[in-house]
Design a protein. Structure first.
Length: 977
């Protein structure tokens, strides 16, 4: 057995019916060996059923896969229905059904009341027989005229009427309302339709009658209708089985499984077309001689083998062939046969079902056999009853293998331990003696308010019992509840149309909401041009003061060449963590040790003294722990805020960013502030005890004796972008750009010194810290900002500043998403319009959620888990939409980043007079490193925007620390000019 665990069936019972169905006859009860053999051949062991289930699962996977879809026997056709009714469906709609002998038109009004009281009117038009073989135009004109007549009868409603078109032929569907007919079947052969879009053909015919308000929005499959019609009250049905004359099924599959459709988000209803299962021989070991005869006598031998064992059209035939062969073997009717028994379709499935009945079955058997001109004995009747039961039980058990395959597929792809699901079932086999409702004779107008749920036929048919219990054995990890469908009046397809209409309306509103966030290539080219313009202004001596991109000289003029050696101390301030490091640069590589220290918000937003005192205390703590008290190592200070550098070790803070705002720092040289703090520590407070650290700060243990050793030799102040470039440059000499996409975003690159108007000197290059986060602060990006961006900006401590950064970096993306989600809730597009209090909390939606939610192949379950933590009860459709919002926001961020980088690499290429530039970008930042698509999107867009530059991306490992040490090392190697 495939599935260990609970509900493990007893393996010692070889024939499943013995234990399963007390109503079925045990083969052992028959003494006649021929009859016994016949019954055995129709009886499938649990092991065999398990094997058939596995083959069905394989066939389904083959149908879903892009590569094997074309050859698959089980086609697994996408229906583009991505949702089940949620009760908000509202308004008038129409359904037009093209059937074998008639056209049915339906008019349905939904009140948005949870579909409690849908109003439905319908009319049936007989289809003239010559239509089936005529022109396509005549056929569609006729259908359109039916629509026109129907509308006249119901009072000519003039508002827009969305139409669902039920067209039960094999179609290549590429969208809700886009489906080419592959080939006619069921006696239809109209000219000029195959290969054409049938939705368009119907719409054209309707337009000819000037019914422009009637809009065909979707092509529908009737199986989906069964699923939707069963989705009443309580839980929606996500699987439907049709067990009628033929057999088919559909279910809500994870969209990513449906490889023939590009969409990977959410779910889509898949029409399995499982009737063809076995056409490649997958059923050969369960076929009986009777099945072969039924198949040979059919109009399509070799095709639809599964349907021919399961479908109502064939069960009577299987029984008839079994009787014929047993009669030949003298095991029935004392060897007599009649011409009636030998003629096709003489024994009906309806009779088979009636004969199964415990009480009246024997009498039914007698009259049915007598009607064939036979003179059955009591024993004959009993044997025929046994055969009927075996054939129907087998059909039910085989259906169960298909159902179990679907259940296991769903459970596995949703990554659930246990799947609980409702299964809508329709068809005469399942409903036993119930008839199909709906009068198909003549033309009449029906009108009925449908108080749902209607009284339904009881599901307790033998077929249903076996189906349910065998599916339970074959897929013990799933709990399926069979729900009889009441779709006798077309309500199901009407619901599909309603869902399609809701999907279209919602899509339209979502598109409108997200449109401002979707940047065109032209937008991005413009951003690139503006960035280039701002770069030039930032570099110019006179224009620098007004530029939003400051283009700050760093006094770093060389990238590492690999000859650097020595031990260095490094500080990294300006990211999420403050760190102190010791870096040892050796011939064989770089070794580092570091400690992380917390900078509490009270210090980030306190005073200059408190901040730098805290830093000194951390350094002292580190030196103590690392036994470095006796040495005075050269120190590189990564300080990731915009600074006006006057030399490598002289940096005047221009402005705080990323949540820092300590007073008394802007306008000061940060190296000086650091030295003063060290001084204070040595003299100011004398030799007294350390001030107690502020709440939340790391408790520091610094022996007083080490204070006297505290001497700092600050060699260089470095921006983290520069550190990253240098760290990567140590491994790749082509690394001449540094990029950060973490809490904030920024970049640096090697500029020709002669272009740097703000520093004397013409020779060589200098690294420029662009401070591109402030790009747009002068208003040049205003038309790119959305209302969501403005809302995020307004609530920051530096409103109106760092506008480019606020579109791109980790500190803000989650907030942008949160504001979009709130807007969608407001428009009733999400969470059924119900916001949670939590979602209204600033910063509650973290940027790392985007990384998780956007992970490829992530089960929607996990998205729902994240949302549940925010007290949001998300349906799977909500989860899909949230994922789309995240994708939109992170894609825009990556593309804007690419536009900025494109300006940089193109400028470098022009600077150097090259047709092609090959350059490496050293990158750091958790967003870049952890987001599943950011780097790919960035690189792809960059290649598109700067095709003449071959740009390689190298992730830095601990660039800020290593880089600061390397700047110090390079400086020690050859003192900067
Ligand atoms: P910094 O830029 O401050 O040096 P990081 O590079 O670690 O620090 O970036 C921190 C930012 O990364 C935070 O703002 C956070 O929102 C974001 N972040 C953290 N984890 C993830 C993740 N898994 N995916 C995307 N972003 C993340
Ligand atoms: Mg960092």
């Amino acid at each position: 057995l495939l599935h260990a665990g609970k509900a493990r069936p007893c393996l010692s019972v070889p024939k499943v019916w013995c234990s399963l169905s007390p109503l079925s006859c045990r083969p052992a009860l028959t003494r006649c060996p021929q009859v016994q053999r016949a019954l055995l051949s129709l009886t499938l062991s649990l092991e065999k059923l398990q094997a058939v289930k596995c083959r069905m699962l394989e066939a389904m996977e083959k149908g879903l896969s892009q590569e094997t879809h074309a050859q698959a026997t089980v086609h697994m056709l996408p229906t583009f229905i991505c949702s089940t009714p949620d009760g908000t469906e509202k308004g008038d709609l129409m359904v037009v059904e093209l059937c074998q002998s008639h056209v049915r038109t339906l008019f349905v009004t939904l009140l948005g009341d949870g579909n409690q009281s849908p109003q439905l009117m319908y009319k049936i038009f007989e289809l003239p027989a010559d239509m089936l073989q005529g022109t396509g135009e005549a056929l569609f004109d006729f259908v359109a005229q039916c629509v026109q007549k129907f509308l006249e009868e119901i009072g000519n409603p003039q508002h827009r009427l969305p139409v669902g078109f039920v067209f039960p032929f094999s179609c290549r569907q590429t969208g809700l309302g886009k489906a080419e007919l592959i080939s006619w079947s069921k006696g239809f052969q109209c000219s000029d339709v195959e290969g054409k879009d049938v939705v368009q053909l119907l719409q054209a015919a309707i337009n000819k009658l000037e019914l422009y308000h009637v809009e065909v929005i979707a092509l529908l499959n009737d199986t989906v209708g069964t699923m939707m019609a069963s989705s009443w009250g309580g839980k929606p049905c996500e699987i439907a089985l049709v067990m009628g004359t033929g057999t088919n099924s559909c279910f809500m599959a994870e969209a990513r499984l449906v490889e023939v459709v590009e969409e990977n988000n959410g779910r889509m209803c898949v029409n399995s077309e499982w009737g063809c299962f076995g056409d490649d021989g997958a059923l050969s070991d369960v076929l009986t001689p009777y099945d072969h005869r039924v198949d040979q006598a059919s109009s399509n031998p070799g095709e639809r083998r599964f349907e021919k064992m399961v479908g109502g059209l064939y069960l009577g035939e299987i029984v008839r062939h079994a009787m014929l062969m047993l009669a030949t073997e003298q095991a029935l009717f004392v060897g007599a046969s009649t011409s009636a028994l030998g003629s096709k379709d003489a024994f009906k499935t309806q009779q088979v079902l009636e004969i199964m009945d415990n009480e009246t079955g024997m009498a039914k058997a007698r009259s049915a056999l007598e009607a064939l001109g036979l003179q059955p004995s009591e024993r004959d009747c009993c044997r025929v009853q046994q055969i009927c039961r075996a054939v129907v039980s087998r059909a039910a058990a085989l259906s169960a293998t298909g159902l179990a395959a679907i259940l296991s597929l769903m459970c596995r792809s949703r990554e659930l331990e246990r799947l609980v699901v409702n299964v809508g079932v329709d068809g005469e086999l399942y409903r036993a003696h119930a008839r199909y409702g709906g009068d198909t004779q003549g033309s009449w107008l029906g009108r009925m308010p449908l108080g749902m749920p209607q009284a339904r036929p009881s599901p307790s048919s033998r077929f249903g019992e076996i189906l349910q219990s065998v599916a339970g054995l074959l897929a013990p990890e799933c709990a399926a509840t069979l729900v009889p469908s009441a779709d006798t009046n077309g309500l199901g397809v009407a619901m599909v149309t309603a869902v399609a209409q809701r999907m279209l309306t919602q899509r339209h509103e979502v598109e409108q909401l997200l449109a401002p966030l979707r940047l065109s290539r032209a937008d991005l080219e413009r951003v690139q041009g503006l960035m280039r313009q701002e770069m030039e202004r930032g570099l110019g001596r006179d224009s620098n003061a007004d530029a939003s991109v400051r283009m700050l000289p760093t006094y770093v003029c060389n990238t590492p060449d690999g000859t650097e050696r020595g031990d260095f101390l490094a500080l990294d301030l300006g990211g999420t963590n403050f760190r102190v490091l010791v870096v040892r640069v050796l011939q064989e590589g770089i070794h580092m040790a570091s400690e992380i220290y917390v900078v509490p918000t009270s210090i980030m937003q306190g005073t200059s003294e408190a901040l730098f005192d805290h830093i000194i205390e951390c350094i002292m703590d580190f030196q103590t722990k690392q036994n470095l008290m006796e040495q005075v190592l050269p120190l590189g200070f990564t300080f990731s805020f915009p600074c006006q550098q006057l030399g490598l070790d002289k940096a005047v803070l221009l402005t705080w960013t990323k949540g820092f705002s300590a007073s008394g720092c802007v306008g000061q040289d940060v190296v000086q502030l650091l030295r003063e703090a060290a001084q204070r520590k040595q003299v100011g407070k004398g030799w007294g005890p350390l001030p107690s650290p502020p709440a939340g700060a790391t408790k520091l243990h610094v022996p007083i004796s080490c204070l006297q050793h505290l001497a700092l030799k600050v060699v260089a102040v470095v921006n983290d972008t520069v550190g990253t470039m240098m760290a990567c440059g140590y491994n790749d000499p082509r690394c001449e750009i540094g990029l950060i996409v973490g809490t904030g975003t920024n970049a640096c690159y090697m500029e020709e010194r002669k272009n740097v108007g703000t520093v004397e000197g013409e020779e060589g290059r200098m690294c420029i810290n662009m401070e591109w986060g402030a790009f747009g602060d002068n208003g040049c990006l205003d038309d790119i900002f959305t209302t969501f961006d403005r809302m995020v900006d307004e609530k920051t401590i530096n409103a109106g500043k760092q506008r480019f950064e606020k579109l791109i970096s980790g500190m803000y993306l989650g907030e942008i998403v949160r504001h979009i989600l709130l807007a969608m809730v407001d428009k009733q597009l999400l969470f059924r319009g119900k916001p949670s209090l939590k979602l209204q909390t600033k910063d509650i939606f973290q940027t790392k959620f985007l990384s998780t939610i956007e992970t490829d192949g992530l089960a929607l379950q996990h998205v729902q888990d994240i949302l549940r933590d925010l007290e949001l009860d998300a349906s799977f459709e909500d989860s899909v939409l949230v994922r789309e919002v995240c994708q939109t926001v992170s894609l825009r961020a990556a593309q804007l980043c690419a536009a900025g980088l494109a300006a940089v690499v193109e400028k470098m290429r022009e600077n150097r007079g090259l047709a092609q530039l090959a350059v490496t970008v050293g990158v750091d930042g958790t967003l870049y490193k952890m987001h599943p698509h950011f780097s790919h999107n960035l690189q792809q867009m960059l290649q598109d925007l700067a095709p003449n530059c071959a740009v390689t991306f190298l992730q830095s490992e601990d660039g800020s620390g290593k880089g600061a040490a390397l700047v110090a090392a390079v400086a020690c190697r050859e003192p900067s000019p």
